[in-house]
Design a protein around this ligand. Structure first.
Ligand code: NAD
Length: 328
């Protein structure tokens, strides 16, 4: 038995990653699409053999409520549009997967969680890495206190984005590197400690002010955790970096890359290697989330997990604005 998924927004991630992954899934299949571009509807219909009745646009999307082929709506739009489409999907009685960052504000995230609760549907965030056994391996090290307490984390995630006039540079559409690659840098610290930060001080910068006029190109932030652990994190649309280093009382762990689509790998001070191979993170993510829906078990990354990150992201922007340390 498979759940039918409808992808909303047929840009890069849907086209290059999610639709191909849905050819590998065992518990999910591509059942429909929601797009504002008629030519894309035609292409996808042919390529994936989709029935006309399972193709929606942003206007008639709410009619998806009457379509039994669609069990899950997967929102893959720019972040500022996530709230509207998650709420509309929930009201249509469909389970929802939502891409990261969950939304631009804590208030948005809370409204999305409430809409899904009120309509008795599940909400999962597209945190593919949390389904990756390589990431789960370092989460386990903190849990078991294998090397004692976590003392210091260094976490980086960035790439050089050469595009101009993209939503990632547009404030109103939810752009800015912090919500984009920044959540991977933040998750590195949160997942490696297994704790939620209690304070942050942050600094935003850009080397290309002609492109990054409205949002930051680079964000650096320092986190403090309840146990006393500290993290130094950096994220950028101008720098190629993707690594995690965790220093414990009695050892260390390194990952590089730490948030790739595949090939995340690491090593520890006692010689242990982290190097699991998986065929597709996205396929595993969608299979596990569909399984949780079918069986009624907890999701690996529910809406509340997306909210935890956005709470920190909001505090980071507040710190940049005030130049002060912000308590969370
Ligand atoms: P994209 O720009 O390639 O695609 C965005 C889609 O939204 C396009 O189909 C576009 O037509 C549509 N859209 C509708 N209204 C729009 C508007 N006003 N402005 C711009 N586009 C509009 O973006 P993407 O890289 O596919 O990202 C989409 C979502 O997926 C984002 O939330 C992003 O953070 C997320 N994403 C996640 C991962 C991951 O690894 N989990 C990777 C890439 C992107």
């Amino acid at each position: 038995e498979k759940l039918g998924i409808a992808l909303v927004g047929l840009g890069y991630y849907s086209t290059d990653l999610l639709a191909p992954a849905l050819q590998l899934t065992e518990k999910a299949y591509l059942a429909g699409i929601v797009t504002g571009t008629p030519s894309k509807a035609e292409t996808w219909k042919k390529k994936y053999n989709l029935p006309e009745k399972n193709i929606y646009n942003y206007q008639n999307f709410d009619q998806i409520a009457n379509n039994p082929d669609i069990d899950v709506v997967y929102v893959v739009l720019p972040p500022s549009m996530h709230r509207e489409f998650v709420v509309r999907a929930a009201k249509a009685g469909k389970h929802v997967f939502c891409e990261k960052p969950m939304a631009p504000s804590v208030a948005d995230c809370e409204a999305m969680i409430k809409a899904c609760k009120d309509n008795k549907v599940k909400l999962a965030i597209g945190y593919r890495c949390q389904h990756d056994p390589n990431i789960q391996a370092y989460m386990q090290v903190a849990k078991e206190q294998k090397f004692g307490k976590v003392k210091m984390v260094t976490s980086a995630a960035g790439y050089f984005d050469g595009r101009t006039n993209h939503w990632k540079q547009n404030k109103a559409l939810g752009g800015g590197v912090m919500g984009d690659m920044g959540v991977y840098a933040l998750q590195g610290a949160r997942l490696a400690t297994g704790e939620e930060p209690i304070s942050v001080i942050a600094q935003a910068s850009t080397t290309r002010p002609e492109i990054y006029k409205e949002v930051e190109e680079t964000m650096m932030f320092l986190l403090e955790f309840p146990s006393g652990a500290r993290a130094s994190c950096q994220t950028s649309f101008g720098i190629n970096m993707n690594y995690l280093q965790v220093n414990y009382e009695k050892g260390w762990l390194k990952m590089e890359p730490q948030s790739g689509y595949n090939g995340n790998k690491g090593s520890m001070s006692d010689g242990t290697l982290i190097n699991f191979t998986i065929k597709s993170q996205q396929a595993k993510q969608m299979d596990e989330d569909c399984m949780a829906i079918m069986v009624g078990t907890d999701l690996i990354a529910p809406g509340e997990e997306g909210l935890r990150d956005i709470r920190v992201v909001e505090a980071i922007y507040k710190s940049v604005k005030t130049g002060q340390l912000v308590k969370i």
